[in-house]
Design a protein around this ligand. Structure first.
Ligand code: ATP
Ligand code: MG
Length: 437
């Protein structure tokens, strides 16, 4: 394994002082998978104070010292060194109740979640792999370390982590592990919400539609609003798939961007409360975009998502049924209102939505390239799309005698005139227009 200089240095320093030091976890797994590790965690039998002693001449990060982790700041980055430890259950669902420092690497590996993550390796000591992680990797198996029920009960986030590792490395969960993941997924209800959100954010960009279908019960345990969409018959000639299969296809069909994936996952949850059947037995979902948006807002608040993501997702969902046409004036208005990034996001979402109905109708899809081309032309012109692009501002209007709310109203009126191409975006013309109204 090719090690960064700082990592090699830390291993050497610890070993030179008579301590055992290994690389552990993700980097060992990634190495055996032929992937380039993105970070290197070091573990050692040195106690935190002893680690501090070994690296006394270096700046240290001690925020994690209580749990055994000391960060050593070197020229080539921070190396995280953690004392071998065992740990108690996660009763606050964030941190283990207690950690106990131990002398044997095997005891440290035993507290880890999956066999493929429970290997340690050192250039001098070789591989420590008491749970057969290497063999499981070769066979493509995801297996909990120890008794699956116990491990998921200790920390239920491991269930979602398991889904992520299974998806990311195409690992098939061993049967007992899979059953425990499914059966114990209700335990995730008690987890700290932000841990769940972070884990979902790591998972969502990786998933295929098949992954979302395979793990739907685990997802439903953390987003219960999805559960009624499972196998839900939309009773519509526009939809060949049940609602959740459609959702899964749309989610996997948008690019691996967090906002887009969240928007796709939640874009149709409002179809459940808005569902009606007409006299011909056909299903309708009047107003579902707005209801989905409200529900998504609620879900993302509950998961403590950052405001920026939540707001973008809610906007995309709210507008996902707004049909855009490849026509200049309406497109300019939409661009002015929503901004270019949101409009492009909306197009991608709508395209995936339309393409995932399973009815094989292609003609509606043809408009998307035309809309994109029209937008490109509008943007190329450097057109005036928003209030800040107008050739006049509030100060100009105050000089004309406008005050308070009237300023905003007049600016909006001017923007509407410019967007409709009734006025050029030129200061004289805009002021002349105001003088004559
Ligand atoms: P990634 O490439 O996503 O960082 P990773 O395996 O390095 O994968 P981390 O979350 O960085 O994952 O955790 C590092 C190691 O710590 C894991 O490989 C695993 O051994 C252990 N670990 C992390 N979280 C848990 C947990 N909740 N329960 C048990 N072991 C865990
Ligand atoms: Mg890691």
């Amino acid at each position: 394994m090719k090690l960064p200089e700082s990592v090699q240095f830390c291993l050497n320093e610890l070993e030179n002082r008579g301590f055992a030091a290994y690389l552990v976890g993700g980097c060992v797994r990634d190495h055996f998978l032929g992937l380039k590790p993105h970070d290197f965690d070091i573990c050692t039998d040195a106690l935190p104070e002893q680690i501090e002693g070994v690296f006394e001449n270096f700046p240290l990060v001690l925020a994690g010292k209580k749990h055994g982790t000391v960060g050593v700041v070197t020229d080539s980055g921070v190396a995280e060194i953690t004392t071998f430890r065992t740990e108690g259950p996660y009763r606050d669902s964030r941190h283990p109740d207690w950690v106990k420092f131990v002398g044997d690497v095997r005891d440290d590996l035993a507290r880890r979640d999956f066999t493929v993550n429970a290997m340690a390796w050192s250039p001098t000591r070789g591989l420590a792999d008491p749970f057969g992680g290497r063999e499981d990797l070769k066979k493509g198996i995801l297996r909990a370390v120890g008794k699956p029920e116990d491990r998921f009960t200790e920390d239920a986030l491991r269930i979602l982590r398991g889904v992520r590792f299974s998806v990311r490395f195409s690992l098939t969960p061993e049967e007992e592990t899979r059953v425990a993941m499914e059966n114990l997924s209700p335990l995730m209800e008690n987890l700290a919400r932000e841990r769940v959100f972070d884990e979902l954010c790591k998972l969502l960009p990786l998933v295929s539609a098949e992954d979302l279908l395979r793990w739907k019960h685990v997802l439903g345990a953390v987003i219960p609003e999805l559960t009624p969409t499972f196998d839900f018959d939309q009773r519509s000639p526009h939809h060949a798939y049940d609602l959740y299969t459609h959702i899964a296809n749309v989610t996997a069909g948008v690019p691996a961007d967090l906002t887009l994936r969240w928007a796709a996952l939640l874009h149709d949850v409002g179809k459940i409360p808005t569902f009606t059947i007409d006299e011909n037995g056909r299903g309708h979902f009047y107003g579902h975009a707005g209801v989905s948006a409200e529900m998504a807002n609620h879900i993302l608040r509950r998961l403590k998502a950052p405001n920026k993501i939540r707001e973008q997702v809610v906007t995309l969902i709210d507008k996902h049924m707004t049909r855009l046409e490849p026509q200049r004036k309406p497109l300019r208005r939409v661009l002015g209102r929503l901004g270019e990034e949101t409009v492009f996001g909306l197009l991608v979402l709508q395209e995936a939505d339309m393409g995932s109905k399973g009815t094989g109708k292609a003609e509606e899809m043809e408009q998307f390239p035309r809309i994109r081309e029209e937008i490109r032309l509008i943007l190329e012109e450097n057109a005036c799309l928003r209030l800040k692009d107008l050739a006049v501002n509030g100060r100009d209007l105050m000089q004309l005698g406008y005050e308070g709310k009237a300023i905003g109203e007049a600016l909006n009126e001017l923007l509407a005139q410019v967007l409709d191409e009734k006025l050029p975006n030129e200061k004289d013309a805009l002021l002349a227009f105001l003088r004559q109204v």
